[in-house]
Design a protein around this ligand. Structure first.
Ligand code: MG
Length: 266
């Protein structure tokens, strides 16, 4: 199933997204937050509502994570394009929840940054508490679903600071959405594409991950407890480049849809 979070009459709601006559529509309200179900999205209680086309909805970021954990350099060709070694184990860093942004909202380029890059990525939403799972456990049971993320980055500050917190952490630097789905399989392969002003800049597939998702989740949860609703950004394919005010970035993840955000100056 697919769900989104949206605003209606001044209140935020979760909504079930279904295809109606070839168009995606929000068809029902979800009466509990999906991340509170332990991964059983099919059992969510729903309430009837007037359908809203997804394209016209006032979407909110579909996740409310306690933390956003990102994987750096998880595609070989992207590591190489920035002149980096292919890592021997996952490289992880945080973005703060204050950087979250919904579909359609403006990414604000900070005045102090010279170069700001998009990074189109598939995102993973955690279903249930995960800390050092045993080797026999199926990691899929910890996953609620998948979404699209733009791991927006102030590249010059990333290089200057060494630590990535500031470069990755500005407000508006984590667009997420438009929805969360459990109907795709990143192990089998999910296409990730980024366009700037309609021109294709990145085309990757999750089957080319250096570290598959089970390895990533086990690695992160060796160190820290993942809790329901936490978001993992799984790394970007090759093709990152700068964007400026006036550009529009679209990250499309197969089965999720398109996360579209204009870029403006602060
Ligand atoms: Mg990234």
């Amino acid at each position: 199933m697919k769900y989104c979070r949206f605003q209606l009459d001044g209140q935020s709601h979760y909504g079930l997204v279904e295809s109606v006559a070839g168009r995606e529509e929000i068809t029902r309200l979800l009466l509990t937050a999906p991340e509170e179900t332990g991964g059983d999205m099919e059992d969510l209680a729903t309430k009837r509502m007037d359908h809203i086309p997804l394209a016209e909805a006032s979407l909110l970021a579909p996740v409310r994570p306690s933390k956003i954990v990102c994987v750096g350099r998880n595609y070989r060709e992207h590591a190489e394009e920035l002149g980096n070694e292919v890592p021997a184990e996952p490289l992880i860093f945080f973005k703060p929840p204050s950087s979250l942004l919904a579909r359609g909202e403006n990414i604000r380029r900070p005045r102090i940054a010279q170069r700001t890059d998009y990074e189109g990525e598939m995102g993973v939403v955690i279903a249930k508490t995960c800390f050092q799972p045993s080797a026999e456990e199926d990691i899929r049971s910890y996953i609620l679903g998948y979404t699209a993320v733009n791991d927006f980055t102030a590249r010059d500050l990333q290089n200057k600071d060494g630590q990535w917190t500031r470069a990755k952490g500005f407000d508006t630097f984590c667009p997420v959405g438009p929805l969360v789905t459990d109907e795709i399989d990143p192990w089998a392969g999910v296409a990730v594409e980024t366009r700037v002003n309609g021109e294709v800049r990145q085309q990757g597939n999750t089957r080319d991950f250096i570290f598959p998702l089970d390895v990533i989740i086990r690695y992160i949860s060796q160190a820290m407890t993942l809790v329901p609703g936490d978001l993992i950004a799984t790394g970007t394919p090759k093709g990152v480049s700068p964007v400026v005010a006036g550009d529009v970035v679209e990250v499309s993840v197969e089965g999720v849809g398109t996360l579209r955000n204009p870029v403006v100056d602060e």
